[in-house]
Design a binder for this molecule. Structure first.
Ligand SMILES: [Fe+2]
Ligand SMILES: [Fe+2]
Length: 190
């Protein structure tokens, strides 16, 4: 896993622990958006050789979405509308327009979203065990898959343009660190 330039703030886990139903709804939407993100990447001609690989990620994310919906049902939590993540919005907002710029940036941001999810699921696997052991097991089971998605997106970007990917990874890691230093109070994963 890559070296983040700022760690998840200490305030994040208590916030999530205090709002598990809201976080689960947010997580369901996160998986739904991860599936659509994989499909959206298929519009780039640079990724046309990767369509089957992207479909496989989309299918996996939809399976995760279904699993989260089941957890919601088991816990009597209604699936309600999405809340915008300030972190994701700010990261996506820096994706540049223009053919090659856009595909590289889009892949790098998708990779970092997957990477932060992987890291946070690891924290949750330990951090909610006393509250909900079934949920803790579920988070532990997602870590490898989201870590693979992170690596796959980064490999795809590097394959298109190695130097530009490293340059933009440097930029987005700085942005991530800057955003993480200003935590928001919303009960969500990102
Ligand atoms: Fe997922
Ligand atoms: Fe993922």
């Amino acid at each position: 896993m890559l070296l983040w330039r700022e760690k998840v703030p200490d305030s994040w886990l208590p916030k999530v622990r205090a709002n598990l139903p809201a976080v689960l709804i947010d997580h369901a939407h996160l998986e739904r958006k991860a599936a659509t993100a994989a499909l959206n990447l298929e519009k780039y001609v640079e990724l046309h050789d990767c369509v089957s690989e992207l479909n496989a990620i989309a299918i996996e994310e939809l399976q995760h979405f279904e699993l989260v919906l089941r957890l919601l049902r088991e816990r009597g939590v209604a699936f309600t509308g999405p809340v915008k993540s300030p972190w994701i919005s700010a990261m996506m907002g820096q994706v540049r327009k223009g053919r090659r710029e856009q595909v590289i940036d889009h892949l790098v941001v998708c990779a970092l979203i997957e990477g932060r999810s992987c890291e946070k699921f690891q924290l949750l696997a330990e951090g909610v065990r006393d509250l909900d052991p079934g949920l803790a097991d579920f988070y532990a089971s997602l870590v490898e898959s989201e870590g693979n998605h992170y690596a796959t997106y980064l490999i795809m970007a590097r394959h298109i343009d190695l130097a530009e990917t490293e340059r933009r990874l440097d930029y987005f890691l700085d942005l991530d660190a800057q955003l993480i230093r200003q935590p928001h109070p919303l009960p969500m994963l990102h």
